[in-house]
Design a protein around this ligand. Structure first.
Ligand code: CA
Length: 243
């Protein structure tokens, strides 16, 4: 993020949070704009077109959901929802009205900046943000339990044994494993793995999940890694005790 400084709009009404966020983001070399209620958030967004919006769900005057809807109707600016612990449903609503990601309070600055960078990387090249290197060959090893995914080599290992994996299953597993313990909605998964123009055929997704489970789960009929969050989507568990 050397070339252009990233401008973050922080829409938040808790002063202590505003202070901590501003301090942390400025330290990361970002410029911070603050809006203390929903209407102000929309005004500041219109005036200053920030690179990314950090949007608290519970805002005075206009809720984060409504702010998100309104901005999304006009712009693809990356939006990260900030939600309170235990409001998983709100989170999902946020994602459904077009937020790109979410963080749950309390979160660390490290997690937040990682999420900001991730949404900026995915953002369409409408702004002249940092040019993405031709191939981001970040040899990243995702390792959870007995499942290891080498993203650079496109290689899956289960209990240290290589398991062949078709491309879409690989992408799906990579998405889930990069977001451990987070609910990924069906729409979000289909959008990221099959692309935004894919007619959201959730059958396809379910079939891929089933195939993945048969490859990585000790007991595919009783999944310990990829769990179903009823009515919402799927979650890759990293914390569950496994036999
Ligand atoms: Ca709030």
């Amino acid at each position: 993020m050397s070339k252009t400084e990233t401008t973050v709009l922080v829409a938040e009404d808790e002063e202590s949070f505003i202070d901590a966020l501003t301090l942390g983001l400025v330290k990361e070399g970002m410029t911070v704009l603050v809006a203390r209620d929903g209407r102000e958030a929309i005004e500041v967004w219109k005036e200053s077109s920030p690179d990314v919006i950090l949007l608290d769900l519970m805002l005075p005057k206009l809720s984060g959901i409504d702010v998100c809807k309104e901005i999304r109707a006009q712009s693809q600016v990356p939006i990260i929802m900030v939600t309170a612990r235990g409001s998983e449903v709100d989170t999902v609503v946020g994602l459904e009205v077009g937020a790109d990601d979410y963080v749950v309070k309390p979160f660390s600055m490290r997690e937040l900046t990682a999420r900001i960078r991730a949404v900026l990387r995915r953002a369409p090249a409408n702004s002249e943000m940092q040019p993405e290197p031709a191939s981001t060959t970040s040899s990243e090893m995702l390792r959870i339990g007995s499942v290891t995914l080498d993203t650079a080599r496109h290689e899956l290992r289960v209990n240290d044994k290589p398991v062949p994996l078709p491309l879409k299953e690989f992408e799906l597993l990579e998405l889930l494993m990069s977001n451990p313990n987070r609910v990924m909605t069906r729409d979000m998964i289909v959008d990221r793995v099959w692309g935004p123009f894919h007619t959201s055929d959730t059958k396809t997704l379910d079939v891929h999940i089933k195939r993945l489970r048969s490859k990585i789960e000790p007991d595919p009929s009783n999944p310990a890694y990829i769990t179903t969050v009823r009515g919402l989507g799927y979650r890759f568990e990293s914390r569950t005790e496994r036999p």
